[in-house]
Design a protein around this ligand. Structure first.
Ligand SMILES: [Fe+2]
Length: 434
């Protein structure tokens, strides 16, 4: 049974089925999830939505006086869906990942999780199989030949299947590129990140596939730029810069002449270097002029670039990358950047998060050979409503417990001066995480 309630009546433990009102005011890119953190609660209460539907059979319900006469027996999916933008018609497909993200969905029926190590082995085979095909695609493009799009669809499908089994396995593996394999592995990485991101946003299955293909093809125009320029450390001359800035249009021209290229792949290829403030290229588009695909692509492209070793820069860990990317004002859609972080279960340093242990913690950084673990400093017991002796925990990608449930809100917990408290906790002398 669905119950229609006002945003101010929302509580932790309720199961959201749909938001009403303008899609632009929606506080989340998805519906159908349990409210688990104060940060989610605050986002809903502060949004501009008129009301929302909660599922009384899958979560908590407000007292009857708050929703008298507002119960409905059947989901109103059709009417709600019709209000969404075309690319965000999110209710058709229930494709899900196993991530513990801040607005992760229905925990009442979790999918069985396969071993992370086992999926790493399978993901490595998928990456090996893509190596030849993507390299050949770039070579053919270099000779001016059309892209065999059907092959790319098959590759995207194999990558999507690995993401479905355990997203972090392939995404963590593909981040560890050697310098000479950057070009093709960057395509595979952006494909994987786009698929994972699209699934997190609950885009429909066709859009997920098309965005995966778009990730594989987005940089094909780089065949028109010399390797010397692409790998040059330091600044570029005006002419070299012009050459680099021409690769989106060059790739777009090639893909236009390649039969079967998805529209989203054409869009991503042309627009992945645009910025939200209009300072990107080639069109200088800004804000709402940029499609969801373009905004997603800009994030995935940069994230993979900065987390990969390049001739001129060491790789950032995921935590460092997100921390820095959040500082680049005007570059990315900030709301979408947070959703991207949720899709990967990564957090910027200093973020307040809630743990499955019932503790609040502050993200400290990364650990592990490839920076795949997230180190948090637990400092507050939510049950006892009291500070505890700070302790660092390194949380592995596959950890079920303790795990990070999601971002939380300092305001909700009424920390008098969050910046001062955070500084004090982070300055504390704490033994290194095991
Ligand atoms: Fe590019």
């Amino acid at each position: 049974m669905l119950v229609r309630i006002q945003p101010q009546d929302v509580e932790i433990g309720m199961f959201v089925r749909a938001f009403e009102g303008s899609w632009f005011d929606h506080p989340f890119w998805r519906s159908n999830f349990r409210i688990e953190t104060a940060e989610q609660l605050e986002r809903i209460r502060n949004s501009g939505i008129e009301a929302l539907m909660i599922d009384a059979e899958r979560g908590a319900v407000p007292p009857p006086e708050r929703h008298a006469g507002e119960r409905v027996e059947m989901p109103r999916r059709t009417s709600l869906r019709s209000r969404a933008r075309p690319l965000a018609t999110v209710l058709k497909s229930r494709s899900r990942t196993t991530f513990a993200a801040s607005d992760s969905g229905d925990r009442a029926a979790p999918r069985p999780r396969r071993g992370y190590a086992g999926e790493c082995r399978r993901a490595a085979q998928v990456i090996d199989r893509t190596r030849g095909a993507v390299t050949n695609m770039f070579e053919a493009a270099r000779l001016g030949r059309a892209v065999e799009v059907k092959k790319m669809v098959r590759l995207a499908s194999a990558i999507g299947a690995s993401i479905e089994r355990d997203a972090k396995a392939l995404i963590n593996l593909v981040r560890l590129k050697e310098k000479d394999e950057y070009t093709y592995l960057h395509s595979v990485a952006v494909c994987a990140l786009m698929i994972n991101f699209a699934r997190h946003l609950e885009l429909d299955a066709q859009q997920v596939e098309d965005l995966g293909v778009a990730g594989l093809l987005h940089d094909v125009g780089k065949v028109a730029v010399s390797d010397e320029i692409l790998n040059k450390p330091g600044g570029l001359s005006k002419g070299e810069m012009r050459s680099v800035r021409g690769h989106p249009a060059a790739g777009h021209r090639l893909l236009e002449s390649s039969p079967g290229t998805p529209t989203l792949a054409l869009e991503l290829c042309l627009r992945h270097h645009e910025k939200i403030d209009g300072s990107g290229y080639p069109g200088g588009l800004k804000g709402e002029e940029l499609s969801l695909a373009a905004r997603m692509g800009a994030i995935c492209d940069v994230y993979d670039a900065v987390t990969s070793n390049r001739p001129y820069k060491r790789a950032w860990t995921p935590c460092e990358a997100l921390t820095e990317m959040r500082k680049w004002e005007g570059h990315f859609d900030p709301v979408l950047l947070d959703r991207f972080a949720d899709s990967l279960g990564i957090y910027a340093s200093g973020t307040l998060v809630r743990l499955s242990t019932g503790e609040l913690a502050i993200v400290v950084g990364s650990a592990g050979a490839a920076g795949e673990d997230i180190v948090v400093r637990a400092f507050f017991d939510c049950g006892a409503l009291a500070e505890i002796e700070p302790v660092d925990r390194a949380i592995a990608p596959s950890a079920e417990h303790p795990r990070i449930i999601g971002r939380d809100s300092p305001t909700f917990w009424r920390f008098a001066d969050w910046d001062v408290l955070r500084h004090r906790i982070l300055a504390a002398n704490v033994a290194p995480a095991l």
